[in-house]
Design a protein around this ligand. Structure first.
Ligand code: CU
Length: 129
């Protein structure tokens, strides 16, 4: 009984396989489209230049030490801007032409800003290592 069902299923599969050459061709672009959007590659450096974080939306890896070169002459910070509570990471003040750093926290999306120039804003996406 079981074999008969298997044979029937197999037969159906073979039949479907034979008739679907055209279908396969039309389906292929769909597969490619689904695979295309992927997260930006993680970076280990977020620069500050012209009073902007570059990139302003950075992807980093959890636990990774991220370098923050300040290419302006003015001091800046790269500081987590939490919705409540204390910041989870902060470079502290990075003087002009100096480089600060911070450790990327656990995976999630974090708003960042400059504590000295609060109009400087950005976002960090932390992905699992
Ligand atoms: Cu600043």
């Amino acid at each position: 009984m079981r074999k008969a069902i298997l044979a029937a299923l197999l037969g159906a599969a073979l039949l479907a396989g034979c008739g679907s050459d055209d279908d396969m061709t039309t389906r292929e672009p769909k597969t490619n489209t689904a695979a295309a959007p992927s997260a930006a590659a993680p970076v280990d450096t977020i620069r500050i230049k012209d009073f902007e974080f570059q990139p302003s939306r950075a992807t980093v890896t959890a636990g990774q030490k991220i370098s923050v070169p300040n290419e302006d002459s003015a001091p800046h910070t790269l500081t987590h801007e939490p919705t409540s509570g204390e910041p989870l990471f902060d470079t502290g003040t990075v003087r002009g032409e100096q480089t600060g750093s911070f450790s990327a926290p656990k995976p999630g999306t974090y708003n960042i800003f400059c504590d000295i120039h609060p109009f400087m804003k950005g976002e960090i996406e932390v992905v699992a290592s």
